[in-house]
Design a protein around this ligand. Sequence first.
Ligand SMILES: [Fe+2]
Length: 407
Amino acid sequence: MPTAPSARRPADPLDLLQLYRRVRADTARLAAPLSDADATVQSMPDASPAKWHLAHTTWFFETMVAVPNSPRYRLFDDRYGFLFNSYYETVGARQPRPLRGMLTRPTLEEVAAYRSHVDSAVETLLESGPSAEVLDLVELGCHHEQQHQELLLTDILHLFAQNPLRPAYRPAEPADATQEAAAEPARFHTFGGGIVEIGHGGDGFAFDCEGPRHRTLIEPYALADRLVTNGEWIAFLQDGGYRDPLLWLSEGWAKVQADGWRAPLYWEERDGEYWTMTLRGMQPVDRKAPVVHVSYFEADAFAHWAGARLPGEAEWEHAATSPAGRGLRQLSGDAWQWTRSAFAPYPRFAPSPGAVGEYNGKFMCGQFVLRGGSCATPDGHSRASYRNFFPPSARWQFSGLRLARDA
Ligand SMILES: [Fe+2]
């Protein structure tokens, strides 16, 4: 939900129509390389089939926008609410999440027809001078769909990584000739402490959990000017990083033992070299590139090993928005950056009334905040106040880290 729907200017209906069409077309384009089989299989309970993402984002517009606001709207199929509701208790019962891969029907083609049906209704509504409340819901639906665009990619990558053929979702690019060189050493930028303001307070769209803007106290700190690289991660694992319990949180060490973690997710050792599964198939690990597919537990252990720590989310946001932070690279577009901040409500946060109030607020337990944005995040989707969140053991997102220190 927008931070304060009543307090900010609603989006222009024509701008929103354009955004709606662009987002919907982007999703269809992301799914275009997939067969019906690719789009149906679910590789683990945390990941959803691409077909489910295509239908669920459509169900969101149907349920939150078309049904309550278009009196003549006809449901495409009254059974789809059960299939494609994700977690909205106020809306009704649903297919259990771990069983989303059982939906061999409807077919991919039928889901495409469902998308067109709902598109017509939403576009007609946007052309008919809708209320500010409808505009806010369509805008929320567009940003919701962009979140699922990234999940569609991370879930396809996880699925394809389970296939011994290691299929490529996109054609491979020629290898970078400089990839064996080491990255420039990270430089730490120091920031003064004090009472700072963080959180979304502007006029544009933000999810409800990004606000309210508020004051918070931070001590002086330093942040690395770039993300931790694969080369640095190789040094960590070759130094026994995954074998030393003193580096790990207790719960993280238990995961290392139980799941046999020895490297980031998707890494494989072949003749002494590290390879990794990517959307372009198996590729040699690029030592200069930011490490991705590491959990909070791994990021935290690495930071201990490096004599540093993870940043707090207020430190990250303060640095990203202050003039002193101009020298920081890779703030967005490479990897989501784990912070040591639990995903919790900001002071004076209150979820919106109704079904959309279930969007973020009820997940504020047992998860950590990631800042920035990844290579799979749609352009323009993230912002400095954006709070992504995942459980500390999650590895299948494009999640990496930036080191911090006390100053
Ligand atoms: Fe969703």
